[in-house]
Ligand binder design. Sequence first.
Ligand code: NAD
Length: 327
Amino acid sequence: MKIKNIAVTGASGKIGHNIIPELLKAGYSIRALEHEEPVRAENVEIMKGDLSDETLPERFVADMDAVIHLANVKENRETFMNVNVRGTFGLLDACRNCGHIQQYIQAGSDARAGIYYYPHPYPIDENYPHSAYPGYYAFSKVLEETMCEQFIIQSKLPITTLRFSWVYAEDDVLAHATLKKPDFGVPVWEELVVKPEQKEFFEKGLDGVAKLVHPDGRPGLRHVVSIHDVVESVMLAVENKSALFQAFNVAGPSPFSYDKLAGYISEKLDIPIVEFEYDVFHDFHIDLNKSRSILGYNPKYNIFDIIDEAVEFRRSGNKRTFLKYPG
Ligand SMILES: NC(=O)c1ccc[n+]([C@@H]2O[C@H](COP(=O)([O-])OP(=O)(O)OC[C@H]3O[C@@H](n4cnc5c(N)ncnc54)[C@H](O)[C@@H]3O)[C@@H](O)[C@H]2O)c1
């Protein structure tokens, strides 16, 4: 495999924006697909286009050696079929038809396994069956992956799927865990209010940090990943022959429990801990044995590192990047 030119969709997005500088540093030439949000990168070829335009994929992959497909829409009933499903199909089909794509990297998601929505009797490994949680986003991640699997079977298209866990960048972890806006991800704490002492925080605009608990009082267990480890996983997969025709989990070094998360943030920000019971939440743990042994993936950022970075981000006066879908 000799890869020089890589076409990247979703180049302006959370993951794409962080990956492009590393790909450039490694010497690759990049063609970036730009749709609505500008691509904030220098020294890349920009191609403007919409994935739901069926004429785009052929032009986009022309003269390329590899594709990294990151573009998608999240919980959007109107567009997910055209952008996520037909768009991914168009790219896969163009890669097969042109005959010169040596590697196609698909952004998968742990949403394909339902994460906290279903009970998981064992850590979620790559063989865990697709079981999307309700909605359009997870549904489309399953459909995208199913198409990839069939393109491997039918055409031996050299596909690598990286199944990212929930990616934390900037101050995402604080946006998620603290009670003040912005809200980020699920659950939205205000929607779980049942006790007057919880309500008071929102009525008076006070800050606190949420500790998610099960109905029996045990803290919830969740597995997420830092953007730095995500970037590392992509760099390990690109041009890696042993990564072809397979899917890999990409998560942080270990899951976190909400009591540890809340305790650490409470100390760092000097805000109280507030318990929220969430009865639909099931603990989950992503198994990394396959990505560790085949990709050499070795995630470094645990939840405390992620919190430290988020606190630093806020202290330096940085502003969060606007996200269309806060999750
Ligand atoms: N962020 C996460 O927590 C996370 C977790 C697991 C998997 N993923 C997957 O990783 C990939 C990238 O995620 P992200 O968080 O960087 O996404 P993002 O929402 O930040 O960015 C989405 C990108 O898709 C582009 N896009 C949207 N509609 C388009 C269209 N019609 N045509 C062309 N481009 C279009 C946008 O311009 C943007 O660049 C996605 O496939 C997502 O499912 C993300």
